[in-house]
Design a protein around this ligand. Structure first.
Ligand code: SF4
Length: 580
């Protein structure tokens, strides 16, 4: 069979770096709601699969969203989605566990349930012998509500301790499991929570009918060194196929006001230099590039020595992101050894004023100095990462992106530093739950497009600079699922059906729903995307306790308006936001 052949070829090409154990009696299919090459590049998915697979209670397999050509073939032959390892029907498993890192994959989750022949809505599974459908991952951590009608149980938070607790409880209490599972800290059973909306469609209250306490408290691991998060299954086909990935930290000390990772994973936790170096050594036996993963990698304790150690061994450290003012000469030198020709620096905003608004704590001089440092060490290609459509932004701030890029080019030319590709990567701002900008709307797509055009014309005057801009239409969908409530699930179902029938693109479907208004039976997507949420409004994700005070987020939002910065976290003394 064509689909099976590809799965078997992929399995044969994988290298598993841990010992597989004989399975237990709970069958779990761990599903990634996107295609194989993306799923296998995701450390979160790999770690969750490993936790399930090495639990003695469990026999685990994987499932992915089929590739586009596989989906077309399945449709043509009316084939069902099956597990990756053994081609078992997904409906045969005891548990189907989705690991979701990106909220835009919520749509794929619904598609996968449909392709597996499993009723998508929880209510429609009530009478049958269907698997328990669970979901976790950073997307549901932030806001699970758009898929709350499709999932039986969410695990909110980091899974290393929570998943084994959940499995033990599931194993011990099969007969009465749903009520018992609510006792697992971090478990969220949406069936027990009923949102009530007022006449204007705003969330008024959430009725609770479950056995345990109504607040869902997200779980975190205090000491990351107790657990290793690194590549466990290698395959060339993964988008990071040439790398061995090692997670260095969770959270971030800098408090950029747009960044979900910097707030949801608070407080910042680093793995020790010894732990990271050991993992890097293990990785070097498999790959010459060690991908260091986390929100901001230049602040990782001992990172310059780790980069030097990797370079000494003939490899190369590739950090996911570097804060410009934290790049030391030693780090720049170590990163540039052994053929590293490209580096990404993320100023995020072009003007000094906007960097104060977003709390970037970074000056133009520091950005130019960092670029110069990297170029001086032999790095040739620079990727500069910015956002557009940020709260409080004016046209002048966007044009400053071109000005800053021009400054870097001029400095490189003045020092006759060889410069290869300079890419300006531009992403429309998407407001994220649990950040100080959660109340802010996404900028109107037409306004963002106009700003992108403005910047494109300014950059064109600089010469060889490439602009790589994400479509505001894609950002619109991301904002919808990021800030949506439970009613957005109906929109996702419609989008899935339209995609299945080969109807219009997501954007066209969303505009059609907005045009049809109440007659569509669905909420207006603009209600979630372009509306300013009121400061005192009950937000769809407020029932989750992230251990961050709402007043703190509001005060950060006010400071953004007045262009005031907040110093980075000092976890030894500070208790201000509530996370420490
Ligand atoms: S309590 Fe202070 S140090 Fe801890 S995460 Fe919050 S702001 Fe940062």
């Amino acid at each position: 069979m064509y689909l099976r052949k590809r799965a078997l070829e992929r399995l044969a090409r994988e290298k598993v770096l841990y010992e597989r154990r004989p399975g237990g009696d709970i069958s779990v299919c761990v599903a990634y709601p996107n295609i194989y090459r993306l799923g296998m590049a995701n450390l979160g998915f790999q770690s969750v699969f490993h936790i399930f697979e090495t639990d003695t209670l469990v026999a685990a397999e994987r499932a992915f969203l089929p590739d586009a050509d596989e989906r077309a073939a399945m449709r043509k032959r009316s084939e069902r989605l099956v597990s990756f390892e053994e081609a078992r029907a997904l409906s045969d498993f005891d548990i189907l566990a989705f690991s979701i890192s990106f909220e835009t994959d919520y749509l794929n989750l619904i598609s996968m349930l449909r392709m597996a022949g499993i009723p998508t809505r929880r209510a429609d599974r009530a009478d049958g012998n269907w698997p328990l459908i669970i979901a976790g991952g950073s997307a549901v951590f932030l806001n699970p509500e758009p898929i709350a009608d499709f999932i039986d149980l969410f695990l909110i938070g980091e899974g290393e301790e929570m998943i084994p607790e959940f499995l033990a409880k599931y194993h011990a209490t099969r007969a009465t499991r749903l009520r018992a599972l609510a006792e697992v800290e971090g478990a969220y059973l949406p069936n027990y929570f009923t949102p009530i909306y007022d006449d204007r469609g705003h969330l008024q209250t959430v009725d609770y009918s479950g056995p345990a306490k109504p607040k869902v408290s997200r779980r975190l691991i205090r000491d990351l060194n107790r657990f290793t998060t690194a590549s466990l299954i290698l395959t060339e086909e993964s988008v990071f196929g040439d790398m061995y990935l090692v997670e260095a930290s969770r959270g971030c000390q800098w408090g950029c006001r747009f960044c979900a990772a910097g707030f949801m994973y608070r407080p910042i936790r680093y793995r020790s230099p010894e732990h990271l170096m050991n993992e890097a050594r293990r990785g070097l036996a498999e790959r010459s590039v060690i991908g260091l993963v986390g929100a901001e990698m230049a602040s990782v304790p001992g990172v310059a020595a780790i980069a030097a150690g990797v370079a000494d061994a003939g490899g190369r450290l590739s950090p996911s992101s570097l804060k410009a003012d934290c790049i030391s000469p030693q780090l720049a030198a170590a990163l540039a050894r052994n053929g590293n020709h490209s580096v990404t620096v993320a100023p995020e905003a072009g003007s000094e004023r906007m960097r104060k608004v977003i709390n970037k704590n970074l000056t133009e001089a520091e950005i130019i100095e960092a670029a110069e440092l990297m170029l001086g060490e032999g790095v040739e290609n620079l990727k500069l990462y910015f956002m557009v459509g940020l709260p409080e932004e004016r046209d002048h701030d966007v044009r400053e992106i071109a000005h800053l890029t021009g400054q870097i080019l001029a400095r490189a030319r003045a020092h006759k530093k060889s410069l290869g590709h300079v890419t300006v990567s531009l992403n429309p701002f998407v407001p994220k739950p649990w950040t100080p900008f959660q109340w802010d709307p996404m900028e109107d797509a037409r306004a963002t497009k106009r700003k992108i055009a403005l910047l494109r014309s300014d950059l064109a005057k600089l010469g060889p600079v490439e602009l790589d801009a994400e479509s505001p239409r894609e950002a619109y969908f991301q904002t919808l699922v990021s800030r949506g409530d439970r009613r957005v699930g109906g929109i996702l179902e419609l989008l899935d059906a339209a995609r299945c029938e080969g109807a219009g693109e997501i954007w066209q479907e969303l505009r059609r729903i907005a045009r049809e208004g109440a007659s569509s039976g669905l909420p207006d997507p603009d209600f979630y995307v372009t509306r300013h949420y009121a400061d005192d409004e009950l937000l769809p994700w407020d029932f989750i306790d992230h251990h961050i005070h709402k007043w703190f987020l509001l005060s950060e939002r006010k400071k953004a308006h007045y262009e005031h910065q907040t110093p980075p976290c000092d976890v030894t003394r500070c208790v201000v936001c509530g996370a420490c």
